[in-house]
Design a protein around this ligand. Sequence first.
Ligand code: ADP
Length: 187
Amino acid sequence: MSNIVIFGAPGAGKGTQSEKMVEKYAYTHLSTGDIFRKHLSQNTELGKLAKSYMDKGELVPDAVTIQLLEHEVLQKKPCKGFIFDGFPRTISQAEALDSFLSKHGEQIDCVLGLEVPEEELVKRILLRGATSGRADDQNGAIIQGRIAEYNKKTASLIAFYQKQNKYKAIDGTQSVEQIFSEICAYL
Ligand code: ADP
């Protein structure tokens, strides 16, 4: 089984590349953002809690997110492999994921890091917001908040995975197809 983390700031293209990997490799895609949005649309307690953070561009607390992710993995197993998208986003989440997977005799095999400059991220998110209906993609202050959260809490994961020799940097400003062929060549 392969377990891949697709990594990058908001708007880096994680969802787009995940879709293409699912199509080609039949891995199971787990996006914490999508799972939160599903709860939000069903107005569950978890959805209401997540919304209170998402509306401010902040991360949902680790304890809640880790529990949710582990629950989803157990539900989807057995499968060919997982693509973790939007998780982990903090060092605690990454450590929790490592220990959870090792309990099941598995590990993260690689982390594909889509690297895109900040100005480009903002442009892309606003463009997506025009059609996605996502409230957090339509408000400049929320977008800046998400990027600030990324810089403060998430970017340090690059060093975390580099230390484990698992981080593969990818220029996320290339075309969707160019990025995907780089990913396929690597996998
Ligand atoms: P993007 O990568 O474009 O910011 P996501 O759909 O991945 O979009 O995430 C949307 C929001 O969901 C985040 O801003 C955050 O509030 C919440 N979220 C998603 N994943 C996590 C996570 N791993 N930990 C905490 N909060 C998360």
